[in-house]
Design a protein around this ligand. Structure first.
Ligand code: HEC
Ligand code: HEC
Ligand code: HEC
Ligand code: HEC
Ligand code: HEC
Ligand code: HEC
Ligand code: HEC
Length: 438
């Protein structure tokens, strides 16, 4: 369900060439500059932009060029230089060191979150309850629990149905003359607002044309799909995904779906679990199992050490960074899905501030807190008498004359995205109107 906006964008014109121009301060060395220059030359010389429309070809190409520089990804390495501006994720993942969605580590370097939980019990206990941890599931009977046993939906000349079975669910469509059906193989989403179904035929992935929406407790068109009436029954059932697309979906919704630079869905860990964010943990576990004095370093990526802009980009590896959004010229109401982009448009953000990163408001290991009061302390850390730290005095933040509590209820309102049957929070902190107008 898409994520269509971003995927369309991902498959659109290659943003990577503009990428390094956007981030003058964030270099990471000679290797990459050479690489970018080389790619530019090749692109101009051979004029084969279409080749670069394909993400995997592009990434493969970049990896080959960068080798052996980037093939060895060790979880402990951090970006060599911290930046103050947002960077495109496509650049982040070819930089050396760990970054979420990077798929170059070996599968046997991943240990799974149960192992992490042996020593980090509290974190594991709450992280398991997050939506992120359930962002994709294998389509067993459990994955369809708490939704109606049989759902129907009609659009144009097609009738759709999703019927639960003993082992999962059967997804079907008919127009009276012809019918098509398939067993669902993967359920994407944790029903924050909806679930989209993936099925496979002859090894090819398809995305269901309809999705389950929680607010409807029923089916409607998958976000991003149009109401045109497909002429072929197969097209009516679902969208055949180009081969580059499933690795992207699984890359953001699961852990270790791509390893050694290859997509291996049969070996993935469902959901966004510890190692999707911290990188593969085998070396860390080995180190931490040694006597205290024998340990060299922790050998695991701790995002707490990132600069504010990098920290927001870190979550943006999946939620999209500001650079990802601007490079792909995504405009209008769909921007609400991109919190990093909206946040960094706020006057509060300026050049980045640790008091306003994603993790200042959201604990990465817990479900998000609903309700406004919880977030007041974040706003008041700047917008209260003495709130700005001394060196900030020139930018001292002002005090609200309207209210002294529930700040986000007015300054970060929720607006509906109608085709998604849900509201999103506007992360651009400002004095807003009743309607989303940008
Ligand atoms: C054998 C016990 C053990 C296991 C298993 C374990 N950890 Fe740790 N972890 C520790 C200890 C102890 C520390 C604190 C180390 C220190 O501060 O010197 C730590 C620290 C960390 C840190 C902070 C590192 C830093 O440099 O600040 C992260 C992140 C982390 N662990 C994540 C994980 C993840 C993810 C897993 C599973 C892949 C995991 N841990 C498995 C014992 C463990
Ligand atoms: C760049 C990372 C990224 C990619 C690629 C991606 N997603 Fe997502 N997806 C997200 C994030 C982040 C969210 C949560 C925020 C939002 O809804 O925008 C999400 C939300 C969803 C939801 C709603 C979840 C819920 O609980 O309501 C569904 C369904 C979904 N994605 C399906 C897909 C499918 C299917 C694909 C591939 C066609 C895909 N996504 C590709 C990152 C991604
Ligand atoms: C590896 C990809 C990935 C990374 C990295 C990531 N997210 Fe997510 N996040 C997702 C996906 C996918 C969803 C949608 C889950 C669903 O409902 O299916 C999501 C949902 C969420 C939600 C809404 C669900 C809830 O718990 O209320 C919040 C909040 C969130 N992420 C915060 C963060 C923060 C903060 C960071 C950075 C520390 C982060 N995410 C990093 C993939 C990611
Ligand atoms: C969505 C991304 C995400 C996931 C999933 C995730 N973490 Fe973290 N983790 C973070 C971020 C971001 C920080 C830094 C938090 C901060 O700056 O306050 C962090 C910090 C930590 C730390 C260091 C705490 C400290 O005080 O420095 C440990 C240990 C840790 N995580 C363990 C885990 C374990 C174990 C899991 C799985 C059960 C896990 N994390 C899952 C993003 C994530
Ligand atoms: C100043 C506080 C604040 C910051 C910073 C912040 N958020 Fe949020 N976020 C919120 C609030 C408030 C909500 C709505 C909570 C609720 O459901 O009542 C929210 C909701 C969300 C949701 C659920 C979908 C939605 O739009 O309602 C996601 C996903 C999310 N945030 C991700 C992020 C990410 C990623 C970042 C960093 C780029 C971030 N947030 C930074 C306060 C913040
Ligand atoms: C890191 C410090 C910081 C944090 C945290 C912060 N702000 Fe701000 N905010 C500023 C600064 C600096 C400005 C610009 C100067 C001013 O108007 O006070 C600003 C401006 C504003 C404005 C005026 C915006 C405009 O476009 O004119 C509003 C409204 C606002 N903040 C509300 C909030 C709310 C609500 C929160 C919590 C969700 C918050 N701020 C968190 C620093 C911060
Ligand atoms: C009931 C809605 C509401 C709540 C709740 C609210 N505000 Fe406001 N706030 C407003 C409105 C409306 C304005 C614009 C007032 C004007 O222009 O005269 C404003 C203005 C501001 C400004 C800009 C002031 C200036 O002089 O430029 C800041 C900063 C701000 N609010 C911060 C906050 C903070 C922090 C909180 C929570 C402690 C908060 N607001 C709670 C409605 C609200």
């Amino acid at each position: 369900m898409d994520c269509a906006v971003s995927l369309a964008a991902k498959f659109g014109v290659l943003p990577i060439f503009q990428g390094h121009r956007l981030r003058p301060e964030a270099g990471s060395g000679h290797g990459r500059d050479l690489l970018l220059a080389a790619v530019d030359v090749i692109r101009v010389k051979w004029a084969i932009p279409n080749m670069f429309r394909s993400v995997s070809v592009r990434v493969l190409f970049l990896i080959i060029l960068l080798a052996p520089h980037s093939l060895v990804v060790s979880a402990q390495s951090v970006p060599s230089k911290s930046s103050k501006v947002s960077t495109a994720t496509e650049i982040r993942v070819i930089d050396p060191g760990w970054w979420p969605t990077k798929g170059t580590s070996a599968r046997d370097q991943y240990v799974g979150s149960e192992t992490c939980g042996r020593c980090h019990q509290d974190i594991n206990a709450t992280q398991t309850n997050t939506s992120m941890a359930h962002a994709v599931k294998s389509a067993t009977a459990d994955a369809f629990a708490n939704i109606p046993h049989e759902m129907h939906f009609r659009t144009g000349s097609y009738d759709y149905s999703l019927s639960r079975t003993a082992s999962g669910a059967e997804y079907a469509t008919t127009n009276g003359q012809q019918s098509a059906s398939s067993t669902v193989s993967w359920v994407f989403g944790d029903r924050q607002f909806g679930d989209t179904f993936l099925y496979q035929q002859n090894g090819i992935y398809f995305e269901s044309r309809v999705s389950y929406y929680r607010s409807l407790n029923g089916l409607d068109l998958t976000t991003g799909r149009t109401r045109f009436s497909p002429s072929r029954i197969e097209t009516a059932l679902g969208r055949r995904m180009p081969p580059d697309e499933p690795p992207l979906c699984f890359g953001c919704h699961s852990t270790a779906s791509s390893t050694d630079g290859q997509f291996h869905p049969e070996r993935l860990i469902p959901g966004v679990t510890c190692e999707a964010c911290h990188g593969p943990g085998a070396q860390h576990v080995a180190q931490m199992s040694l006597e205290h004095d024998a340990r060299s370093s922790t050998l695991i990526f701790n995002p707490a050490r990132l600069s504010p802009a990098d920290s927001v980009d870190f979550c943006g590896a999946c939620h999209r960074t500001s650079a990802d959004v601007s490079l792909n010229s995504i405009t209008g109401i769909f921007n609400l899905r991109f919190p990093a982009y909206r946040l960094e448009q706020s006057r509060c953000w300026r050049n980045g501030d640790a008091r306003l990163t994603c993790v200042a408001c959201h604990d990465a290991h817990k479900p998000r807190v609903q309700g406004a009061a919880f977030y007041d302390k974040v706003c008041l850390s700047c917008h209260s008498p003495g709130g700005g730290v001394p060196k900030d005095r020139a930018h001292a933040a002002s005090i609200c004359k309207v209210s002294n509590h529930d700040c986000v209820s007015c300054h970060m309102p929720k607006y509906p995205i109608p085709s998604m049957h849900t509201d999103f929070t506007d992360h651009k902190i400002a004095v807003h109107g009743d309607q989303f107008t940008e």
